[in-house]
Design a protein around this ligand. Structure first.
Ligand SMILES: NC(=O)c1ccc[n+]([C@@H]2O[C@H](COP(=O)([O-])OP(=O)(O)OC[C@H]3O[C@@H](n4cnc5c(N)ncnc54)[C@H](OP(=O)(O)O)[C@@H]3O)[C@@H](O)[C@H]2O)c1
Length: 290
């Protein structure tokens, strides 16, 4: 059985490949797809097949998916062109006659009013129309969206956001990756839409409290109106357009659109999702002086 993982040069895709190997999937049966194969050399050394493809280049996708039985399409990261790119990938998967195409969407994609959910909804519609057997991995936030900046949060003593008392089902990428690997490596997922998130959703104030307790540095959550949050992000070097996307997502978070109580992720993992405490401690280990 040949399993294809796109976005293998990215954080999630690489973790999916690692998870497949850890599950005992033969390396020769895994095809890691990326734009820059030099970055995947270590996987080739372990026997994983590499194929180069760009979502913007249909011919490269067709070549990458040839012989594939199941494909994970990791959503692209370029706003404005993603839907066309995903369309190219779906058509390539259709041409290859894949048995299953898994797509990383956003949690609550059916109803989410977050701007970035639109591309995911459009892609899900393309998947349905294509007739390709598919499964939707509707991921909530990666906890790394917060923990990657923990050093700055500690320096300032403040966590900024615009999410009010909204709760987010954030959990480490590794959990989403393990679930994606399980979906690729096991049967019975075609036609499913999994709402994926951590077992215990939290507010940003609760996140600040957790960081305070675990670091010993008091961190307060400061909730800003959307426009002020955009300004704060832009003032800290975040490009304006991306600042607007992030602030818009926080409004969705505020409305509960990034939370799920489905339990789908834990079920796919066969274990509870990683606790917030563990993720915060891991991030603190990185920034703590040795
Ligand atoms: N749930 C969340 O919190 C969250 C947060 C951020 C992003 N996301 C979404 O989830 C996806 C995976 O997350 P991640 O952390 O793995 O992101 P990432 O590290 O930025 O990886 C994105 C992957 O997509 C590939 N890609 C982007 N455009 C492409 C194109 N035109 N052709 C071929 N490959 C392309 C990238 O290839 P290169 O290495 O060549 O650029 C990379 O391998 C992201 O792309 C984004 O859609 C979700």
């Amino acid at each position: 059985m040949t399993l294809v993982v796109t976005g293998a040069t990215g954080h999630l895709g690489r973790l999916v490949v690692e998870n497949l190997l850890d599950r005992g999937v033969p390396a020769a049966g895994i095809i890691a797809v990326g734009r820059d194969l030099d970055r995947l050399k270590d996987l080739a050394d372990r026997g994983v097949q590499l194929r180069a493809a760009d979502y913007a280049d249909s011919a490269s996708l067709r070549a990458a998916f040839t012989g594939a039985r199941r494909v994970l399409l990791v959503s692209g990261s370029e706003p404005g062109v993603r839907v066309q790119q995903h369309h190219n990938a779906i058509e390539a998967a259709r041409g290859a006659g894949v048995e299953l195409l898994a797509y990383t969407s956003i949690v609550n994609a059916d109803t989410s009013t977050i701007g970035m959910a639109e591309d995911h909804r459009a892609t899900e519609a393309l998947l349905r129309a294509s007739g390709v057997p598919s499964v939707l991995l509707r991921n909530s936030w990666y906890v790394e969206n917060y923990t990657d900046h923990i050093g700055i949060t500690l320096e300032r003593g403040v966590l900024f956001g615009s999410a009010g008392e909204g709760r987010v089902s954030a959990t480490p990428r590794a959990d989403y990756a393990a679930a994606a690997a399980a979906v690729l490596a096991t049967d019975g997922h075609a036609g499913k839409a999994y709402e994926l998130g951590g077992d215990d959703a939290f507010t940003l104030a609760q996140l600040a409290a957790e960081i305070s307790v675990l670091s010993g540095t008091p961190i307060r959550y400061t909730d800003l109106p959307e426009a002020d949050y955009i300004q704060a992000l832009a003032g800290n070097g975040v490009p304006q357009a991306f600042a607007e996307i992030l602030a818009d997502a926080d409004q969705g978070l505020r409305r509960g659109e990034l939370a799920t109580t489905s339990g789908d992720l834990a079920r796919l993992l066969g274990r509870p999702t990683r606790p917030l405490k563990e993720a915060v401690n891991a991030a603190l280990d990185v920034v703590r002086p040795a």
